[in-house]
Design a protein around this ligand. Structure first.
Ligand SMILES: [Zn+2]
Ligand SMILES: [Zn+2]
Length: 174
């Protein structure tokens, strides 16, 4: 029998982030994030409603409609988008459940590029690197500029294949 290929660290921690994301109960969006210090896993989190509060699977998504630039830079006009705001984002839960001292100089692996609010919070959280896989063009430019100003590493893992059955099948959700 062939020996399983040994995974590199990026793949290893991103696979864990995708496994964690499957805990999410929001049918629109499953996001997982993990905190890594050196090669040590110090925390995991996914997007979800606060503890003890009905989640999206019980109470339905809490949908808001917003207009946002079609092309990200506003050149393509505005489009109406729906978003579920019931959940606390995975990155924010990660910050709620980890200690500042553990975060100093750490790396966050997250299944999706952080939104502007999460990126802003991460930039002030002690972490030094953000690694993501799925793109989020809407906030890319401002997040990238922020990371540059703050001197934080910000990169996407290209050519990565998430573990089987860890992605929401309806690709239209955002
Ligand atoms: Zn939801
Ligand atoms: Zn976010």
């Amino acid at each position: 029998m062939a020996q399983a290929l040994r995974k590199d660290w990026d793949t290893y921690f991103m696979d864990i982030a995708f496994m964690v994301s499957t805990r999410s109960r929001c049918p629109r969006r499953h996001v997982g994030a993990v905190l890594v210090q050196g090669k040590k896993l110090l925390g995991t989190a996914y997007n979800g409603a606060p503890m003890g509060v009905p989640d999206c699977s019980e109470a339905g998504c809490m949908i808001v409609e917003e207009y946002e630039p079609a092309a990200g830079d506003g050149a393509g006009g505005m489009v109406k988008k729906q978003r579920c705001i019931r959940t606390i984002h995975a990155e924010q839960n990660l910050l709620l459940f980890t200690d500042r001292i553990d975060r100093e100089g750490s790396t966050v692996y997250v299944t999706d590029q952080p939104c502007w609010t999460c990126a802003n919070m991460l930039a002030n959280s002690g972490i030094q690197e953000i690694v993501y896989h799925r793109a989020y063009p809407k906030d890319y430019e401002k997040v990238e500029a922020l990371m540059k100003q703050r001197g934080l590493l910000f990169r996407r893992i290209e050519g990565y294949q998430p573990p089987a059955d860890t992605e929401v099948q309806d690709g239209s959700a955002r």
